[in-house]
Design a protein around this ligand. Sequence first.
Ligand SMILES: Nc1ncnc2c1ncn2[C@@H]1O[C@H](COP(=O)(O)OP(=O)(O)O)[C@@H](O)[C@H]1O
Ligand SMILES: [Mg+2]
Length: 468
Amino acid sequence: MKETTPIDEKQINAAPLKSFFVSMLTRDIDLEDSILDLLDNCVDGILRSRPDEGNQPYYGYKAEIRLEKDLFLISDNCGGIPWNLHKYAFRMGRDPERQSDAPGLVGYYGIGMKRAIFKMGRNCSISTKNINHQYQVEITQDWLQDEYTWDLPVKNINWKGKDGTIIKITNLYSNISKQFEENSKKFTANLERIISTHYAIIIEKGFEIKINNQIVVPRTTKLVFDSHQLEQTGIRPFIFKTITSDNVDVFLAVGFWRPPPSENEINEEKESTKYSSMDAGWTIVCNDRVVVFCDRSELTGWGEAGVPRFHNQFIAISGVVEFRSKDPGKLPTKTTKRGLDSSAPIYLQVKNKMREGMKIFTDYTNKWKGREDESKKQISKGENLPLREIRQKSEKLSMNTTSRTVIPGEQYRPNLPKPELPESTARRISFVKENIKIKKVAAYFGDSSLDPSDVGEKCFDLVYQEAK
Ligand SMILES: Nc1ncnc2c1ncn2[C@@H]1O[C@H](COP(=O)(O)OP(=O)(O)O)[C@@H](O)[C@H]1O
Ligand SMILES: [Mg+2]
């Protein structure tokens, strides 16, 4: 047997290495998503500092993003990072002792800001002013390379202007720098597209976001609403609203945002870019943040339980569901990332209503197939309204209470125009009878081997002669 050497240590070091932490943290997040984390922080800042919620709760608040070859900068006037948050704002992870400091905040895991910084570059300064504190925290390459020191330098600064925050990242990683370079418009365009959809509601309610000096224009769903003679048939959305026992406010509207396309238009649009930027499908919003944009899959009920699969003939159909709650935990969102928790009970219940509403419009599309000129005329009688106005209009509609369905609430089922069938149109009649009876009638007609459908037809012809 070999001699062994006894160890003297009573403890061994199991502290995480900083480099490991940093690389793990940034691995699974897209650059775009990590930039959205920074915007989420701005919105959290607004929620923390704004006096009260009005119609335009984000009005006057701004965030500006600058992307350059060796600079990422985001500056905002959203209230700054309160000094009393410094104990966890700059740490990685959530302090279990910490209470949520304002209702409706999205930040929860305590990593968004740090993750975004580590993802992009090796140097960063965070300058901020909140009420009576103005300070700057710095992260340097030396700090990143020092595996054991976790303290960050902080100093007082002189802040000019409204309370806010500036995060400036330099010494960018080369893959990031490439995407920000001025001649690479691709990344900027994509980021703009994502922001214009994810923050559409917040921008509409007053928040201003700029990327390299360009204002981001929100992309919101607008549904056709015919305001004439509300009791009559007309193109209007299906609407459902409720407040659940959990106090989650739900508002759903689905309808047409344009006339259904004819066969020719479908083929033409396939080739044009107009087609790819279409606004068909479901958008889902939780506390003003868009978590799903224009989805056309089973996630939102397409191709499920009697609803046809999405097909280009349905590009005219679009719907929105808004969930709102003071307690974000009650919303059907994934906590770690922007996204829908499609198995949340509240979502599954509402999904029944989404399908119910959607079917009205797929049925209409099918019924008017080949007669799109007429449906175009009907749709042109209405105007495209944003959700906010549809909500107001819904006050004027006679809503039905649906207490016995899967989710109680109030709903409006539009009465869409039905095509009148010309007298000469052939229509199918079908019914089921017991075999023994069919045989008996067949024998009565003199041929017991007749097909059931022939038997039925002969019955009809016979009675028709009488009726004439
Ligand atoms: N621009 C900002 N304005 C106001 N508060 C901010 C800003 N950036 C970060 N914060 C705050 O700093 C803290 C740390 O942010 P973050 O790392 O994203 O973690 P969290 O998951 O808590 O949001 C949070 O409380 C966040 O609200
Ligand atoms: Mg955050």
